[in-house]
Write a protein that binds this ligand. Structure first.
Ligand code: GTP
Ligand code: MG
Length: 196
């Protein structure tokens, strides 16, 4: 668990984000996939990042400090249908600008809903990451919603679908924000990478 996490800044423009003086980890994925909930679960603090049952809650680049050692970044979701084309384009620019301009970005966690078959939007996004040199780690969310064997099946389907993108299968974690499954593994990974 992250023992002490605090809010730092919210920005609509990656150029205004904090100077890259500490290692950071970004959380991205479709709207409503559970990015903000996962961050709260990792820090055991329900009020840290704003969450909602309605997609489109997180609209800015939000930096949080973890134990004074590294940063966590909550991003808006992609693929949110209910906003205008121009807002969607703005969000995409904000996210992609951010992901390609942070020298301290150690890993980008791409969250995938473990209940679903591989989605084109997710595959398109990780293809863009691969093509732009953005190192990703997959995080399957909402694992509490289905059986362990169903989760395994869906993880394998996703890995199979992403085989055309990666030479080596990406690292992945299975998580649930309600049961805290995967918390120690994910925090352990970040601590290790932040110290490298
Ligand atoms: P945007 O900010 O809109 O892009 O969404 P987000 O990806 O940050 O999702 P958020 O964390 O706000 O969660 C969306 C909804 O999914 C909320 O109703 C959460 O309670 C629910 N949710 C998130 N994670 C889990 C989980 O692990 N298990 C279950 N059962 N529900 C979850
Ligand atoms: Mg959010």
């Amino acid at each position: 668990m992250i023992k002490k996490a605090t809010f730092l800044t919210s920005n609509s423009d990656f150029r205004n984000c904090p100077d890259p003086t500490k290692p950071e980890f970004a959380f991205i994925g479709r709207s409503n996939v559970g990015k903000s909930s996962l961050i709260n679960m990792l820090a055991n603090n329900k009020n840290l990042a704003k969450t909602s049952g309605k997609p489109g809650k997180t609209q800015l680049i939000n930096h949080f400090d973890a134990e004074g050692k590294w940063w966590i970044v909550d991003l808006p979701g992609y693929g949110f249908a209910q906003v205008s084309k121009s807002i969607k384009a703005d969000w995409e620019k904000m996210i992609k600008g951010y992901l390609t301009s942070r020298p301290n970005l150690k890993a980008t966690f791409v969250l995938i809903d473990s209940r679903l078959d591989p989605q084109k939007r997710d595959l398109d996004f990780i293809l863009w990451c691969a093509q732009n040199g953005v190192p990703i780690v997959l995080v399957f969310t909402k694992a509490d919603k289905l059986s362990v064997s169903k989760v395994k099946g869906n993880v394998n389907k996703f890995l199979a679908a992403s085989q055309v993108i990666f030479e080596e299968p990406p690292l992945y974690f299975v998580t649930s924000s309600t049961t805290a499954v995967g918390r120690e593994e994910l925090v352990g990974f970040m601590e290790e990478v932040a110290e490298e």
